[in-house]
Ligand binder design. Sequence first.
Ligand SMILES: N[C@@H](CCC(=O)N[C@@H](CS)C(=O)NCC(=O)O)C(=O)O
Length: 224
Amino acid sequence: MPPLPIARASRLPDTRTDTVLKIYGQARSRAFRVLWLCKESNIPFEHDPVSVNVPNAKAKEDWYLKLNPNARVPTIDDDGFVMWESAAINLYLARKYKSPLWPSTPQGEGRMLQWAFFIANDIEQAMVGLLQQRVALPADKRNAALEAEYDAKVQDRLKVLEDHLAANRFFGGDRWDMADFMVASVVFTFTGMKYDLSKWPKLEAWLKASAERPAAQEAIKLRG
Ligand SMILES: N[C@@H](CCC(=O)N[C@@H](CS)C(=O)NCC(=O)O)C(=O)O
């Protein structure tokens, strides 16, 4: 397959349809990652902030279970094409709508996938476990041993990110691209939980700069 062309989304209305993309999921959830990608890529969307983890969560209603049998968010409906899993959704949308973040070479795409899989397989689970133990669970449900275990795992993996950024400005190529987005959209959770990143100064600075991007700021506003 030839390398995918890279172009600004605003110049490429050819893949658009009259039906606006629908994003389901409250903005203070993994749906944030999809909202951020759409802002980075100029993709118009309608947002239905389907709730989770509350009594009578909308994600448990029959109409939503038909879209996503996991009763989780996010889910998208792109002109009748329904899919779930935030990382898969973002890779799909970025490619389909020719996001300016999409890498311009097969190697760039490979690097993007490397970081996307690393983040999903090696960081996300420990990060979310830590979030549960430190922030989300009521105090009497927390487990100090489990928290320490997740924290050790997180610290081990953050070193990989720090070492990479000590030798390279970005996770992608010579600019903040889709590889950077796939990392930032997940590790942004550390900012939300006020995790102290000062032991990883390159990562801390890179994440701060990522969250200061205008598109990120617009998406952050949607979190209310
Ligand atoms: N791997 C999935 C995880 C989705 C997920 O667990 N979403 C959370 C919100 S951030 C959720 O819907 N939780 C409700 C539940 O598990 O009941 C993804 O990345 O989309």
